[in-house]
Design a protein around this ligand. Sequence first.
Ligand SMILES: Cc1cc2nc3c(=O)[nH]c(=O)nc-3n(C[C@H](O)[C@H](O)[C@H](O)COP(=O)(O)O)c2cc1C
Length: 215
Amino acid sequence: MELDPAALSQPDRYKLLIGGIVPRPIAFVSTVSRDGRLNLAPFSFFCGVGSEPMMLLFCPANKPDGTEKDSLRNARLESEGGVGEFVVNVATEDYAPKVAGAAEPLPYGESEFDLVKLTPAPSLVVRPPRVAESPIAFECVTDRIVRTGPGVPSAGNVVLGRVVHVFVRDDLINDRHHIDPARLNAIGRMSGTTYARTRDRFEMPMGRKALAPEG
Ligand SMILES: Cc1cc2nc3c(=O)[nH]c(=O)nc-3n(C[C@H](O)[C@H](O)[C@H](O)COP(=O)(O)O)c2cc1C
């Protein structure tokens, strides 16, 4: 089947993205409003960007009325009325229902920390707290935001963050900074309400070596 995005409805384009780009890691993003109210929400349009400088991104889409989601309102630059900071907590199977639960669209200023009963723990460098139950947290300062359709319902926004501090639970990391994937037990999002575990893993080298016959 050949598909022209211009001939599809927005919901159908969305289905192609979330069904075809899988599995997606989940950024569990904690932010704070200018007046100190906490916010927490999952975002699977999320990835690392680079390690020099250390950057990552997540993509909160506009709401159906074209306005910006709370995470974006809080994470946007101070010059745009935000706090300019956010924390990406890694979503794991241990508290998976709370990750999905925090997607509840609460009114601005009401905390999903309270709704899903997760614990805010002070961050070291930024104002938004990290999630105490999360084994890894990336504290970020917003570097820039790319809006692909300002005011347009469902249009995406790219929030680029510079990582200024990393929390890793001690039992997950060795002295060479390798993270133990089994202990991390991260989850990913597939399409709709389907999720993936990270328990089924396999090894292979890169490049030509990957093509060599075994032995
Ligand atoms: C696992 C999961 C991943 C999600 N990923 C995204 C995403 O990448 N972008 C987005 O705009 N919404 C995503 N959502 C929906 C948001 O979490 C939801 O709209 C939430 O209410 C936004 O909260 P906020 O207004 O407090 O920022 C996702 C929901 C779930 C359960």
